[in-house]
Design a protein around this ligand. Sequence first.
Ligand SMILES: C[S@@+](CC[C@H](N)C(=O)[O-])C[C@H]1O[C@@H](n2cnc3c(N)ncnc32)[C@H](O)[C@@H]1O
Length: 286
Amino acid sequence: MPGKYIDCLRLNGHMLRHLLRGRVLRPEDFSLSYDALSSRYNASWLTHLAPVTDRMLALLPKTGPDSVLLDLGCGSGHTTAFLEEHCPDARITAVDISRGMLNEAVKICSRSRFECADMLEYLRRVPAESVDLIVSAWALGYSHPTKLFREVRRVLTPGGILLFVTNLATTLAPVFHAYRRTLARYPERTLGAIFHHFPPDAGFLHRLLEKNWFRMDFFEEGRIGVTPPEDVPLAEWLLSTGILAGFDRILPLASDPEVAAYFTGEVRNSGLPLAHRYVMAKGIKL
Ligand SMILES: C[S@@+](CC[C@H](N)C(=O)[O-])C[C@H]1O[C@@H](n2cnc3c(N)ncnc32)[C@H](O)[C@@H]1O
């Protein structure tokens, strides 16, 4: 037990040193991770997410001619391609911070405008009340939801719609438990301090929507059971999904075999099933 406290103190010391040197997890870290895994994302992770994403897309309203649509964190283009097919007269802009992911998206999309940008910075450049529909699948948590929702409200037209699915901070508990244990075990091998803004729970998102004057048309909290493939080492598979995007820039899970082995052992020892926890919602701007 005392060892645990000493590990915790050592980790805090290292994190403080990173903070003082200005080495913290930034949006660019997520983009570098997604660039590196972009060619594997569809096979390793989109296959798990797509059934839920498609249920969200079934909530898409009919859009009129010349409607303006935004896809935030479009990744490899699964949602963007759907928008192109189902909203034939709409003007679609898809935003993602990773050039690698956008390179995948252009392979399956033909008429959307793609922007390589941080979604919050992008929204800040969009004129007020100029967008009819904002869609986002599995990406809002990478931004700053409180600031982001404020901007979403500003840019949407009255009656405009925000349709999203996003994971919660409690997602894939064994992975992030193992990650924290590995940080504590190897604090001297960390490369920065971590701050993230993944929504803590469904109540937080519900309150945020209400606070920004959205009428809830749909709100669901759910989980997706995930079974890792058996023919790929666990750490390697996790790194190819995006589950550890950004976090793998802080702890050298890809390049340090000892760290990767400890981390994998901790995930397996947890004995818990992997479950991706999410909230899906459709809000109408009042
Ligand atoms: C889990 S993927 C989801 C991709 C896609 N929407 C889908 O459903 O497959 C998350 C995406 O968010 C992007 N992303 C992460 N942080 C971002 C940010 N700050 N601004 C814009 N995109 C971001 C990543 O590059 C990645 O493509």
